[in-house]
Each structure stands twice: as structure tokens, then as C-alpha cells.
Design a protein around this ligand. Structure first.
Ligand SMILES: Cc1cc2nc3c(=O)[nH]c(=O)nc-3n(C[C@H](O)[C@H](O)[C@H](O)COP(=O)(O)O)c2cc1C
Length: 202
């Protein structure tokens, strides 16, 4: 019997919105039969500054290290936008993966991306692409969020997500939390990658 695919959900979140999305992605992967680990990339902001600026510091997910990436069949990464692109915390993590890149350790693995923006049009799609570029540079096969997730057709209310990946909006003041449609999109993405990874393992 083929072993369950191993999926890594790797995220950065300052205020907890992307963390919630990451948990939903992981849940979807597990429900689809994957063995899934949830990990964070390290914070770069000094702790005192993070505390005084209301960062969510109680995030139980362990920190990831680049050396563990090759042990996964699929890697799904998520981060909030910074001026329409990925934050330096996530970029810095991928800049530490030179050895894995040099040795082609991630070539052919499945990947996908998710994000959080402040506003509806504040950069969901550009941030998703700026995340996906890291996976593509490593030779990974990047999966989007297919339109078989019917929540992508939602037009009655503000709802994040795109064919390029899952998404949420935190609101200009950060008070909006991921809504059910966004969390379901995140879970769908996790399940989608888990199923693809299982097929590629055969
Ligand atoms: C330096 C900085 C730049 C940001 N740039 C944008 C932006 O270009 N568009 C946008 O919609 N939100 C922007 N935001 C808001 C964040 O995306 C928002 O706080 C985030 O999505 C919340 O997710 P989190 O709780 O996971 O950190 C920015 C926030 C910071 C601190």
C-alpha cells in the first residue's frame, strides 16, 4: 500500500489571519488523507518591537528549517502581503534554501500558495504569484485553487481567493477575520495538493 503523502504547510503571520488560513489548509490536507505538518518561518522583527506593535506572538506551530523541506511530497506556503508582494520573513526563509536548490531536492514536488491582504484589492493576486515564484524556482509543480471550488464564484460579499491560490482580507484595521468561504477555500487547496501529491508518489 502506498504511504500517505507528507505535506508541509509553511506560513508567516503577523496578526493571525494567515495563521488561521494555514490551519484550514492543513486540516484540508489531513482530511484528504495526508500526513501534514504546520510550520512557521522565523520572525525578523525584534521581540520588543513585535510586542509593542501587537504582533500575535502565541503561535504554536514550530519553526521550519530548510533542511527538512526535501522530506515532504508537497509544500504549501502562505503569507500576508507587504506592498503587493511576499513579506521579508518568508523571502528570507527561501533565501536560506540555496543548498536544496543547488541539489535539486524539491524538483517535481507539488506546491501551492495562500495569502492575506488588508484590503480586497490590496495585492492578493500579485502576492500569490510572488510566493509561487519561490516554489517554481525550485522546480516544483505549482497547483492553483481550481474552480471546482465553487466558493470562487462568490460575488455577493467580499471574499478572498483566486484561481492562483487561497486568500482572505484582514480589513484596513485588521479586524476582519477569515470568513467561512475563505477558510473552505483554504481547506480545498490543502486537500487538492494532498490528492495531487498522492498521485505523483505512485
Ligand atoms: C508594511 C506593510 C505593508 C502592507 N502592505 C499591504 C498592501 O500592499 N496591501 C494590503 O491590502 N495590505 C497591506 N498590508 C496589510 C497586511 O497585509 C495585513 O496586515 C495582513 O494581511 C494581515 O495578515 P496577518 O494577520 O496574517 O499578518 C500591509 C501591512 C504592512 C505592515
Amino acid at each position: 500500500m502506498t504511504q500517505a503523502p507528507r505535506i508541509l504547510v509553511l506560513y508567516y503571520s503577523t496578526y493571525g489571519h494567515t495563521e488561521k488560513m494555514a490551519q484550514a489548509v492543513a486540516e484540508g490536507a489531513r482530511q484528504a488523507g495526508a500526513q501534514c505538518d504546520l510550520r512557521r518561518v522565523p520572525e525578523l522583527v525584534p521581540e520588543k518591537v513585535a510586542e509593542s506593535h501587537g504582533f500575535k506572538l502565541d503561535q504554536p506551530a514550530p519553526l521550519a528549517v530548510p533542511e527538512e523541506l526535501p522530506s515532504y511530497d508537497g509544500i504549501i506556503i502562505g503569507a500576508p502581503t507587504r506592498f503587493g508582494r511576499l513579506p521579508s520573513q518568508m523571502a528570507s526563509f527561501w533565501e536560506r534554501t540555496g543548498q536544496e536548490w543547488l541539489q535539486g531536492k524539491l524538483i517535481g514536488k507539488v506546491g501551492a500558495v495562500f495569502t492575506s491582504t488588508g484590503t480586497q484589492h490590496g495585492g492578493q493576486e500579485t502576492t500569490l504569484f510572488s510566493l509561487a515564484i519561490n516554489l517554481m524556482a525550485h522546480g516544483m509543480v505549482v497547483a492553483g485553487l481550481p474552480y471546482s471550488y465553487k466558493g470562487l464564484l462568490e460575488d455577493g460579499t467580499v471574499s478572498g481567493g483566486a484561481p492562483w491560490g487561497a486568500g482572505t482580507s484582514a480589513g484596513a484595521d485588521g479586524k476582519r477575520q477569515p470568513i467561512a468561504n475563505e477558510l473552505e477555500g483554504a481547506s480545498f487547496l490543502g486537500a487538492h495538493v494532498a490528492k495531487l501529491a498522492a498521485k505523483l508518489k505512485d
